[in-house]
Write a protein that binds this ligand. Structure first.
Ligand SMILES: [Zn+2]
Length: 334
């Protein structure tokens, strides 16, 4: 096992070669579905660049102060740029601020590194601002972007990065990781690996939070139940959701995030693209739904969901948001 990362040997070997100073680039892009291990890989690369007691060349110990601080995101020469609270995207001001700090020499290592997860969510203005850093990179800086797919970034950005695409592992391989790492019993491991669609990070998360696993499953089932229903039944469903206990905004935004994974799968199934779907356990339903819709119809649904999540962040009434989305989805056979 290399770098303690499962199932991405090719990617690990690539980054090991990048540790050789003459190979190191100023920008990388790691793509793949959420939960597949993009951020874990980015951090492992930073550890390999900085480990104080590497057990082998371009390896890391995961125990020294550098490794521990990188893991805890407290290493002075590492910045992880995330959206500010309640926002879904990276703003231009954050990029500008990052660029100022990136121009300074590193505090205690060879490189100053910035990791920007989910850069597909950055605003166009923020993307254009970042482009400047990629065109004229500061001497001792490395920028690592992660995204769901290269196609969702400006091509001018992607083309300046060393690109690594992480694919989910097979269900069996994921199940093996769960069995070895968490000592799960074989059938349980297979069930969880299936639901997580071969995304190891997601699978481990589900295995450690059984409640989340059930909730995820429930949320998808509710979507499947509501698809053949009338407007009236859908509005009743929105009312029921709005009366659930807990924070209404968080409830609805959690629900929409899960639905979004399903509809992205429908889009993939419809396009026939060679991309792995997330909800493997629902692959039959995904195909059935995809066959009843046109591409523009699927796009309308995806846009409605994405807009809905933004509206909830902007404090729009979450029940109205949910109603609007449900009315945007045609009646379908499941
Ligand atoms: Zn170390």
């Amino acid at each position: 096992m290399t770098w303690n990362i499962f199932g991405h040997d090719g990617a690990v070997n690539y980054f090991k070669r990048q540790c050789e100073p003459s190979n190191t680039r100023h920008a990388y892009l790691i793509t793949g579905p959420e939960g597949v291990g993009r951020l874990t890989l980015a951090k492992a690369f930073v550890k390999a660049l900085n480990c104080q007691e590497p057990p082998a060349k371009y390896d890391f110990c995961d125990k020294c102060q550098a490794c521990r601080q990188i893991e805890a995101e407290a290493w002075p020469d590492l910045t992880i740029l995330r959206p500010i609270e309640n926002a879904r995207d990276i703003k231009i001001d954050q990029v500008r601020q990052m660029q100022q700090s990136l121009a300074l020499a590193p505090y205690q290592s060879q490189w100053r590194v910035v990791i920007i997860p989910d850069f597909q969510n950055a605003t166009v203005a923020a993307s254009n601002a970042l482009l400047k850093s990629l065109e004229e990179p500061p001497a001792r800086a490395i920028i690592i972007l992660t995204a769901d797919a290269r196609e969702n970034l400006l091509e001018t950005i992607a083309s300046r990065c060393g690109i690594l695409r992480l694919r989910p592992m097979s269900v069996d391989a994921t199940a093996k990781v769960l069995q070895n790492k968490l000592e799960l019993e074989v059938n349980e491991a297979k069930k969880i690996a299936h639901l997580a669609g071969g995304r190891v990070g997601t699978a481990i998360h589900f295995a450690q939070n059984q409640d989340m696993l059930e909730e995820y499953h429930d949320t998808l089932s509710q979507l499947h139940e509501i698809l053949p229903e009338t407007k009236r039944a859908r509005l009743q469903y929105a009312e029921t959701v709005s009366k659930r206990k807990g924070n209404q905004r968080e409830n609805v935004s959690g629900l929409l995030s899960v639905w979004l994974t399903f509809w992205r799968d429908v889009m993939i199934a419809h396009s026939g693209a060679d991309l792995p779907i997330v909800n493997l356990a629902q692959s039959d339903t995904v195909k059935t739904i995809a066959s009843q819709l046109s591409l523009p119809q699927i796009e309308v649904i995806l846009k409605a969901l994405e807009k809905g999540l933004e509206q909830i962040n902007a404090n729009v009434n979450s029940r109205l948001v949910l109603e609007n989305i449900l009315l945007n989805i045609p009646r379908l056979k499941v």
